[in-house]
Ligand binder design. Structure first.
Ligand SMILES: Cc1cc2nc3c(=O)[nH]c(=O)nc-3n(C[C@H](O)[C@H](O)[C@H](O)COP(=O)(O)OP(=O)(O)OC[C@H]3O[C@@H](n4cnc5c(N)ncnc54)[C@H](O)[C@@H]3O)c2cc1C
Length: 488
């Protein structure tokens, strides 16, 4: 069998790239080392519960890049999303339960209250005329940290508290390391609400019915229906280079599969160093790739309850006024903070009752930690159980079983540093300084949380965008250059 392209890894980036290529009539083969699709955005059956690999809320749901990728393979509208309705915020000693309608005025106000006035004014004047210019203005803030921006422009403590929440949810990094430009990019990109034309659609935030895995599964089904192939349990050990260009891949079982294009969703450092070999690249490129900084790794506690104890869908629990201190302690000292580390709790079964046996409930708590922390991770497990009881009284009495995932459980997806989102959205790694999806090796591309120049967004959304942008580029340029329009 001759393939136009091989995609290594069926994470969201890999699946999205596969959709675009299959949708364009290319013969694509997706190889996934695990027995299921989705990578970090996936689910598994456990004792009658369908448990996700980590609590997720999805930005832009059916109006964003996930839907775009699905549409490319005729699967538009197949993944249904439950829009977030019941949110709990625990912050600064306050516990607020909200019935939120994402896209409402309050949410827009919250986001835009932290945008510097000069940006606000500039953007509202020029946005309709020149979106290109706007990205130039935002870019100027890529060298200023969110911390500096807040100090300079934001006086209200309340707004500072809200900014804590946003920082936690969007970036999970110390303020001092997150470029303000990236926040602005995400905020501006998320909505044109600034100009009074926000719609609920643009800010749609929710959860996929059927669990996280329903997203990659629908994408893979679409790829197959368009003539592509998705093979599970195939671990790619090597990318074959011949005549200074990609020729195919070799699996751990020694199977050789040829294709002129290989798209890796298996981590940019791991692809360059392990799958290809650094000797095939210029040393400056290898240094740049190896110097990329990954974001925090996750810890995750998944709990199965014998009955429903809360109707909250998502709870954000951010400690009183010391988020930056916590993050800095974890980041620089690799220590787990005392007290209450910031975390998020999601109840998949509240958003889709089919995910737990009738009348029962699932809760998933997760938060950031340094992948190489010097502290025992048992401390986090104990903390998480206590925090769940604090947030949802009766939790302990109704707990049937729980498991606890550590960074090592996520490292199997490729990236050794097991980051929640891939490379951190930090200085020199955002906007036009993000690594390109196009590698210097002819025929080799990267997708997922580690690649995509000028691509911004949050988590899954960003990965889907990187897959779409990469594959669109390949269809536009590479296959035309190859001259035969591909094997398909
Ligand atoms: C606990 C947790 C909570 C999160 N919460 C959110 C959230 O609320 N909202 C959000 O948008 N995002 C969230 N994220 C982030 C989101 O899950 C990731 O950004 C996204 O899923 C990463 O996709 P990716 O394309 O980088 O692929 P990955 O998930 O990294 O998948 C890569 C795939 O490639 C496979 N692979 C790697 N190497 C090989 C090889 N050599 N051969 C074959 N297969 C290989 C892996 O097995 C894996 O399936 C969260 C992540 C975690 C861990």
């Amino acid at each position: 069998m001759r393939y136009d392209a091989i995609v290594i890894g069926a994470g969201i980036g890999g699946c999205a790239a596969g959709c675009v290529l299959a949708g364009a009539g290319k013969k694509v083969l997706v190889l996934e080392r695990m027995g299921r699709t989705g990578g970090r955005c996936s689910s598994e059956e456990k004792f009658g519960y369908k448990m996700d690999l980590g609590g997720h809320i999805i930005i832009r749901c059916e109006y964003g890049p996930i839907e775009e990728a699905l549409r490319r393979v005729g699967k538009g509208g197949v993944v249904k999303f439950r829009h977030l309705k019941k949110l709990m915020l625990k912050h600064s000693g306050l516990e607020v339960k909200m019935g939120v309608k994402m896209g409402s005025k309050e949410i827009n106000n919250l986001i835009f209250s932290i945008i510097p006035p000069e940006i606000f004014t500039a953007v509202s004047q020029i946005m309709p005329l020149a979106s290109g210019m706007m990205s130039g203005i935002v870019k100027q803030y890529d060298d200023m940290s969110i911390g500096e921006m807040l100090k300079k422009y934001v006086k209200s403590e309340q707004i500072q508290d809200l900014a804590d929440l946003i920082q936690f949810v969007l970036f999970g990094m110390p303020y001092s390391l997150t470029p303000a430009g990236e926040l602005l990019r995400i905020a501006l990109d998320s909505t044109s609400g600034l100009l009074g034309s926000a719609t609920e659609r643009e800010l749609s935030i929710g959860y996929p019915l059927g669990g996280l895995i329903s997203i990659p599964e629908a994408m893979c089904e679409g790829i197959r229906e368009k003539g592509g192939e998705v093979r599970l349990d195939v671990d790619v050990k090597k990318i074959i280079i011949e005549d200074e260009r990609v020729a195919g891949v070799e699996s751990a079982d020694g199977e050789v599969i040829n294709a002129p294009v290989v798209i890796s969703n298996g981590g940019i450092k791991e692809t360059v160093n392990d799958l290809v070999g650094e000797q095939y690249f210029e040393s400056g490129y290898v240094d740049r790739i190896n110097g990329l900084i990954s974001g925090f790794a996750p810890w995750c506690l998944r709990a199965a309850l014998d009955s429903s104890i809360t109707d909250i869908e998502v709870a954000l629990n951010v400690p009183v006024g010391n988020l930056e201190e916590q993050f800095s302690q974890m980041w620089y000292k690799r220590r787990i903070p005392e007290g209450m580390p910031a975390h998020m709790v999601i109840s998949p079964s509240n958003m889709d009752p089919e995910l737990a046996p009738c009348g029962k409930q699932s809760l998933i708590a997760y938060g950031p930690v340094a992948y190489n922390t010097d502290d025992s991770l048992d401390k986090l497990e104990e903390f998480a159980l206590k925090a769940l009881e604090d947030t949802f009284p009766g939790f302990t009495a109704h707990l049937m079983w729980h498991d606890f995932l550590t960074p090592a459980d996520y490292a199997v997806f490729g990236e050794k540093e097991a980051s929640i989102i891939g490379i951190a959205q930090t200085f020199n790694q955002v906007g036009d300084k993000r690594p390109s999806t196009v590698s210097p090796m002819e025929g080799l591309y990267f997708v997922g949380g580690e690649a995509g120049r000028d691509i911004s967004g949050v988590g899954v959304e960003l990965c889907a965008r990187s897959g779409i942008a990469c594959a669109d580029y390949i269809v536009r340029t590479v296959f035309q250059k190859l001259g035969d329009g591909g094997a398909g």
